[in-house]
Design a protein around this ligand. Structure first.
Ligand SMILES: [Fe+2]
Length: 392
């Protein structure tokens, strides 16, 4: 039987958030940490920020009431302020209230720059890349549950902006109320220092779902996977699968078939594979393990050599022991109230404080480290190729 688009428990979660006072990260520690106070240095309601449509195609996204479409020009940087290589220009098209300037046939790997021109002025250049060649080293970051914890969110973004990352993963619950436009505007304003130059790959959380479809339009789902909220992105030797854990995903469903096909393809191509979803298959946190997700992921993951599952929803950090070859992470302290947790048989490392996770990819392994607001690494780990199949 089809499941409703929004799970009933989404309402329970909202209720829990309203009454949650069980955060175990001391406020005194938060207040002693210098907080990034962002200034809006660009004139747009939202953006520019980057969404990868596919490797080699990156869309510059802007939301603002403009009488004429903005244009975006890109080139290789040639030193100084002006890019002197061949410059290509695209005029943005309005799609569901967002200006979308899709830069296509981009060279994969080298540093690039783009500039935005509109009736509000010229902005940029902004550095970016359109993917990486197979086998090249790179770094990416992950976190989740930013919701309405703006001070913590800003601080994490400030720290993340100092890392040389290629893309950002978000494990969902981007905002508190998915139908409220202002919340999305605040999210993008805080994220701007990072996602104006690296694409964001986000999984949809229960708080993000609404009939207004903001998740779909801000993340350009119409162009990435036919309007679904589950999709796949490749970057160098890595495949990231983003699951919609609020929608039907059990065996036999369209989402299950999609994930299975993408995982099989990744295994055939020897890609290291991460699955990002909001509801955690294994969690020692307040909500606990989602047994339905455990069944789905537990079925697909070992079969196709999935290396990492990254989840949100429980506002804490957790790394499990490897279970049937899969490492399960929860990274969901990007702003939402921290909650207590009780380690379980599967827990390898747990932590209750704001953080993000940095991954370094090389030809033989995926190396992760979880970093707190003070810049301290409180967990580090290595994920070997799965199965043992040689370099990525
Ligand atoms: Fe959630």
């Amino acid at each position: 039987m089809p499941r409703p688009a929004v799970r009933p428990r989404a309402f329970q979660v909202g209720l829990v958030a309203f009454v949650a006072t069980v955060g175990c990260y001391p406020q005194s520690q938060l207040s002693t940490t210098p907080l990034y106070i962002g200034v809006r240095d660009l004139p747009y309601d939202v953006g520019p920020y980057l969404v990868q449509v596919e490797p080699g195609t990156v869309a510059v996204m802007i939301e603002h009431a403009l009488t004429r479409p903005p244009t975006v020009s890109w080139s290789r940087p040639a030193g100084g302020d002006d890019a002197k290589g061949p410059v290509k220009t695209v005029t943005a098209v309005e799609e569901d209230g967002v200006w979308v300037a899709a830069m296509t046939e981009l060279p994969i790997g080298p540093p690039l720059q783009y500039r935005v021109r509109s009736e509000l002025g010229a902005h940029g250049p902004f550095d970016f890349r359109a993917g990486r060649p197979r086998g090249e080293k790179f770094r990416f970051a992950a976190f989740g549950d930013t919701r309405s914890g703006h001070k913590v969110h800003r601080s994490l973004i400030e720290a993340m902006a100092r890392e040389d990352i290629d893309f950002l993963l978000h494990s969902g619950d981007i905002v508190y109320t998915g139908g409220v436009l202002d919340e999305w505007h605040t999210f993008f304003e805080i994220e701007s220092p990072v996602i104006r130059r690296v694409p964001i790959f986000a999984a949809v959380g229960n708080h993000d779902v609404s009939l207004r479809g903001h998740f779909r339009r801000y993340f350009l789902m119409s162009r990435i996977n036919a309007g679904n909220r589950y999709y796949s992105q490749d970057w160098g030797s890595v495949r990231v699968l983003l699951m919609d854990s609020s929608a039907e995903g059990r065996k036999g469903s369209a989402q299950y078939r999609y994930l299975a096909a993408k995982m099989k393809e990744a295994a055939d191509q020897n890609l290291v594979t991460l699955l990002v979803l909001h509801h955690p298959p294994y969690s020692a946190g307040a909500h606990g393990s989602d047994l339905e997700m455990r069944e789905i992921v537990g079925d697909l993951g070992p079969k196709y050599g999935l290396e990492v599952v990254l989840a949100g929803h429980d506002h804490n950090y957790e790394r499990t022991k490897r279970i049937d070859g899969v490492t399960y992470l929860v990274s969901a302290s990007g702003g939402a109230p921290i909650r207590r947790m009780t380690p379980s048989w599967f827990s390898e490392r747990v932590r209750t404080e704001p953080h993000f996770v940095i991954f370094d990819v090389d030809r033989n392994s995926l190396v992760g480290r979880a970093v707190n607001l003070a810049g301290e690494t409180f967990d580090s780990f290595v994920v070997p190729p799965n199965p043992a199949r040689g370099p990525y």
